[in-house]
Design a protein around this ligand. Structure first.
Ligand code: ADP
Ligand code: MG
Length: 247
């Protein structure tokens, strides 16, 4: 933790509580209409934000821009003090270490067990094995999978597989967790459990952004809701709800 704080100071980032800033961001792919058009988004450290909107409205494009998987066609993006329009390629891995990412389709290693799937994320950042042996069981307990560490993904339910993916995203203690439709493949009960887990992670201090189509959960949870439509943010409400499409 102390190391992280020093890193922020070095970048002149201490003192700012805004952790994600998008200013007038547009993104056009090689073909088709622009996916994002003039997006402004400001997120503070510790917030929980839902991103909702129809399919094709630009939600995944926004997530990919925040991961620096894509670069914007114009505009500025700053995440945790990193200027993503100017960041050097060799600095991108270090930037990404502070991000956890969860997808709809879990993306687990199918031939590895639960423990290995999570430990893998620690090996990538060269965590010493004595730390891995402490951290992995601890994070698996946090996501409610303490008894399942030897299971292979195919032996788990969808909800359990998503918990493994969340454990993997969290084990390196990210500052921000980005989840792109994490409950898209889950039934209502598992969807609720995953969203409650994301809420708990947020209550422990992680900034959480969740792209979702789950109207019932968004309406019930009373969090900030950013609604996208055709590449534009059409509403941004504290304690919002899912806006019905009028057309
Ligand atoms: P959402 O996640 O809200 O469904 P996306 O960000 O995936 O929306 O897509 C926004 C728009 O950009 C859509 O019109 C989609 O077809 C288009 N798009 C997404 N990825 C690409 C790509 N790699 N090349 C061309 N167009 C793309
Ligand atoms: Mg998407």
């Amino acid at each position: 933790m102390a190391r992280e704080v020093r890193g922020r100071r070095r970048r002149g980032y201490a003192g700012s509580d805004e952790i994600i800033t998008m200013k007038n961001v547009s993104k056009a792919y090689a073909t088709g209409a622009p996916a994002l058009k003039g997006v402004d988004l400001h997120i503070k450290r510790g917030e929980f934000v839902f991103i909702v909107g129809d399919s094709g409205s630009g939600k995944s494009t926004m997530i990919k821009l925040l991961l620096r998987e894509l670069v914007p066609s114009s505009g500025d993006i700053n995440v945790m003090g990193y200027d993503l329009t100017r960041i050097k390629h060799r600095k991108i891995p270090k930037f990404r270490r502070n991000l956890g990412i969860v997808f709809q389709d879990f993306r687990l290693l199918k031939d590895r067990n639960v423990y290995e799937n999570v430990a893998f994320a620690q090996r990538i950042i060269q965590m010493p094995s004595k730390d891995i042996k402490r951290n992995v069981p601890s994070i698996l307990a946090t996501v409610g999978l303490a008894g399942k560490y030897k299971a292979k993904p195919r032996q788990l339910s969808g909800g359990e597989q998503q918990r493994v993916a969340i454990a993997r995203a969290l084990v390196n203690r990210p500052t921000i967790l980005l989840a792109d439709e994490p409950t898209g493949n889950l039934d209502p009960k598992n969807s609720w459990e995953i969203m409650k887990l994301l809420e708990q992670i947020n209550e422990n201090g992680t900034t959480v952004l969740v792209v979702t189509h789950n109207r019932e959960i968004v309406n019930a949870m009373q969090k900030r809701v950013v609604t996208m439509k055709k590449g534009v943010i059409v509403s941004d409400e504290e304690k919002g709800g899912y806006i019905d499409d009028e057309d």
